[in-house]
Design a protein around this ligand. Structure first.
Ligand code: ADP
Ligand code: MG
Length: 321
């Protein structure tokens, strides 16, 4: 009888899939292998830190390819750094698994490190535990002193802008198990692209910025209340992709763009005096950037379309409603 292979022990697992696979990155003095990592920031820069956890059944459905989970746990964190206008440097990964198999870990780490290499992010540590399937990542990046964007500085009169095609990702998520569904929409859910280059370029142009993770409408509400303002918004200007409209119809597409989530696009405000600078900056981008409204003094979000109030049912997912 063939001997059963012993379960993957922790040290072997870390050595095989996580240590030494990381891109070399300046600033790492001591990486994986000791009790803690030691790093150094570039001179004159400040440290920016974000943490996001993703768990099976909550943030991604059961059956999501492990390569996509590896990509996603890093991507959602890099999106937070993008929204600050920061440049990523380091990541740590706390991985929780009901069981450790080579096949799963190979795919997961391939997804993680493909994205890490794209942005030159060094994995400097983490933890590996038995538990429900999920991954918690902390990323750290840097900005030149004071050169970051927050949510609280939008002012009345500023234009409200969004990158990309909100709604695509959630449509892709809903169609995950559907045969004949759009592969491109599916990719938009499985492999979100952190808008790091764009985020950095908007420092000095945008007045306030955040990333869209919970849904455009909900996140707009957060941006406006952090800034102590409200907004007039035009649902007719939502940048719906042709693919999304042809998959679900224009009305449902609008609804997914407003309440879907998982977009990982940038939502930002720009003062009128910086509009010309914005136009110059985005003219070279392949990524669409669309103005969807204007900040106003009074609180609340007022959506309209064809000059009439636009009503919709807000069905944004909330963890603790
Ligand atoms: P300790 O018990 O001191 O916390 P561990 O045995 O948990 O150390 O981890 C050993 C080393 O491996 C540490 O440097 C830790 O940061 C790193 N590590 C553990 N799990 C992971 C992981 N999933 N990804 C990257 N590094 C990890
Ligand atoms: Mg220790």
């Amino acid at each position: 009888m063939a001997a059963r292979r012993p379960a993957l022990d922790e040290a072997t697992l870390i050595g095989r899939y996580f240590a030494r696979r990381s891109p070399a990155n300046r600033g790492v003095i001591l990486g994986i292998g000791d009790d803690a990592a030691v790093t150094r920031l570039p001179r004159g820069h400040e440290l920016v830190t974000a943490t996001d956890a993703i768990f099976e059944g909550v943030h991604y459905p059961h059956g999501t390819p492990p390569r996509a989970i590896g990509h996603r746990c890093l991507a959602v964190n890099l999106s937070d750094l993008a929204a600050m206008g920061a440049t990523p440097l380091w990541a740590s990964l706390a991985l929780s698994l009901p069981r450790a198999t080579d096949a799963w870990l190979r795919e997961f780490s391939a997804g993680f490190f493909a994205l890490a290499r794209t942005w030159n992010v060094a994995l400097i540590g983490g933890d590996t535990v038995r538990g429900p399937a999920g991954a918690t990542v902390t990323v750290q990046g840097h900005v030149r002193r004071g050169r970051y964007l927050t949510r609280d500085a939008a002012r009345p009169g500023d234009g409200i802008w969004v990158t990309g095609r909100p709604g695509d990702a959630v449509a892709g998520r809903l169609q995950l198990g559907v045969r004949g569904a759009s592969l491109l929409l599916r990719q938009r859910f499985l492999y979100p692209v952190p808008r790091l280059r764009e985020g950095r370029a908007l420092v000095g142009i945008a007045s306030a910025m955040m990333d869209v993770s919970d849904g455009l409408h909900d996140d707009l509400g957060k941006l406006m209340s952090a800034s102590g303002c409200g907004a007039d918004l035009d649902a007719g200007r939502l940048p719906l992709s042709r693919r999304l409209v042809s998959a679900v119809g224009r009305e449902a597409a609008r609804h997914l763009a407003l309440c879907g989530g998982d977009d990982y696009e940038l939502l930002f405000t720009v003062p009128v005096r910086r509009e010309a600078q914005l136009a110059r900056t985005i003219s070279g981008w392949a990524l669409p950037v669309t103005r969807i409204g204007t900040v106003r003094r009074a609180a609340g979000l007022r959506w309209s379309m064809d000059d009439k109030p636009f009503r919709f049912r807000d069905r944004t997912f909330r963890h603790f409603a």
